[in-house]
Design a protein around this ligand. Structure first.
Ligand SMILES: Cc1cc2nc3c(=O)[nH]c(=O)nc-3n(C[C@H](O)[C@H](O)[C@H](O)COP(=O)(O)OP(=O)(O)OC[C@H]3O[C@@H](n4cnc5c(N)ncnc54)[C@H](O)[C@@H]3O)c2cc1C
Length: 412
């Protein structure tokens, strides 16, 4: 019997580790994990890679280290297709058959069909994208220092983040700090006071999906810092000079970072399955894919609506992790001829960083903000960084950033 898990993200890796721990070589089951990357990426700190707060290697947890003391196989490979009818997964060089399949391939950036957004904006989903954005920010300052024309220099130093969700808010706050606390000192002739850091959001509020009070606090905090907010501003097109908005404006930016919206992995698209309006696979109470016994979907690409809820659960790391654990438990139940358990999501709270010494939180049923929330943000995220070595490295990065300075090297 072979169980194949696609994706070593929050859902897939959790399912894999839980499964091997619970199976303990029983029933002669072979567990195979497949991912294009040799690491699990801790995305909640990816925005700090963009802004020089953490080293990219410190939020990437090597999967091969986990192989040493756990019984599963790892295939580091691109997945080309899933063939549900023939029970196989197609890799570039081979086909992998399965008896049980867990699909945890996550999501990709959604540009919502905005013309040219894909060409002229920079998404922030992978390490490579995060490092590329960081290099562009540093390049802008390098270029601005050598630009004698005031108007041209101001254009070079204009940055926009699209999307007022948690990722966009955390990123824009940290970008503002990077520009004003670090690059301003590194590049004094670039006149950092000419810099514009903006957040563009289509609705009139921030942090949609969280407690509205958190959104209000975030808005106030960003405005107090000096971030320019463009709320209710729908982007309808892009060119190499900036964005076109629905009300006919052309806002000029040197760099536009796209932190708005996701869509399920493209591998899900050709599968003839019941899907939600956003393209996610609709799953049953055990995160099972209806009509395909032995197939499960977890994380960003699964649409699971809890009994009595109006909407599917949001795409969050905590949801994916809990789903991965639940699927692993249920697979073991089924192998042991026991009844599976309905998935129930345990909401643990929300935390959003708002730059140096500031955050907003909803924990233990209460909303709070400021320095205390920032301490909670750091402590909770640090505790969640997978792997002892990575955790220590992130703690060291943060200590150096706080006491000394962030890393603003542009390594080619
Ligand atoms: C910048 C950023 C910040 C975020 N911050 C937070 C946060 O603070 N809190 C929070 O709860 N959530 C956050 N999220 C969302 C969170 O990352 C996702 O909800 C979570 O990763 C979903 O887990 P998953 O297992 O579904 O997918 P993922 O964790 O994305 O894992 C999918 C895996 O599949 C692999 N894969 C995909 N396609 C292929 C293929 N064709 N071949 C081989 N391998 C493939 C990928 O390499 C990846 O390892 C953030 C996301 C981003 C991008």
């Amino acid at each position: 019997m072979r169980i194949v898990i696609l994706g070593a993200g929050f859902g897939g890796l959790t399912a894999c580790l839980e499964l091997v721990d619970r199976l303990k070589s029983r029933w002669g089951v072979e567990v195979v994990l497949v991912d294009r990357h040799p690491y699990h990426l801790f995305t909640p700190l990816l925005f700090q890679v963009v802004t020089g707060g953490v080293d990219p290697g410190h939020i990437a947890h090597p999967i091969r280290w986990l192989l040493r003391d756990r019984r599963f196989q790892f295939y580091e490979s691109e997945i080309k297709a899933i063939d549900l009818a023939c029970k196989k997964v197609v890799l570039p060089t081979m086909e992998l058959t399965y008896d049980i399949l867990v699909i945890g391939l996550g999501s990709t950036t959604n540009f919502f069909g905005v013309p040219k957004a894909e060409n002229y904006s920079f998404p922030v989903k992978t390490v490579r994208e995060a490092v590329a954005i960081k290099n562009r920010i540093i390049d802008a300052f390098r270029q601005a220092e050598l630009e004698p024309n005031d108007e041209a220099r101001r254009r070079i130093l204009s940055f926009a983040v699209v999307g007022g969700g948690a990722t966009g808010v955390e990123l824009v706050a940290s970008l503002y700090d990077l520009v004003h606390m670090v690059l301003a000192k590194d590049y004094p002739r670039a006149r950092p006071e000419d810099t514009r850091v903006c957040l563009i959001e289509a609705t009139n509020s921030l942090l949609g999906g969280m407690d509205p009070k958190m959104g209000e606090i975030a808005m106030q905090s960003l405005q107090n810092r000096g971030v320019r907010l463009h709320l209710g501003c729908r982007i309808v097109g892009m060119d190499n000079e900036g964005v076109h908005t629905a009300d006919g404006q052309h806002l000029q930016y040197r760099l536009v970072i796209w932190a708005s919206g996701i869509r399920p992995s493209p591998l899900v698209e050709p599968l003839a399955l019941e899907k939600a309006r956003d393209g996610r696979i609709i799953v049953g109470p055990y995160l099972d894919v209806p009509q395909w016994p032995g197939v499960y979907a977890v994380g960003d690409l699964a649409a699971y609506t809890e009994p009595g809820a109006a909407r599917p659960l949001p795409a969050k790391a905590a949801v994916a992790e809990q789903q991965g654990r639940s699927v692993a438990r249920n697979i073991v139940h089924i192998l042991a001829d026991e009844d599976p358990e309905t998935f129930r999501y345990k909401y643990q709270g929300d935390l959003v960083a708002l730059g140096r010494d500031a955050a907003v939180a909803k924990l233990f049923g209460r909303s709070f903000n400021g320095f205390v929330a920032w301490i909670f943000w750091r402590a909770i995220h640090l505790q969640k960084v997978p792997g002892f070595r990575n955790r220590m490295s992130v703690a060291q990065d943060w200590s150096f950033d706080y006491v000394l300075r962030r890393d603003t090297m542009h390594l080619e």
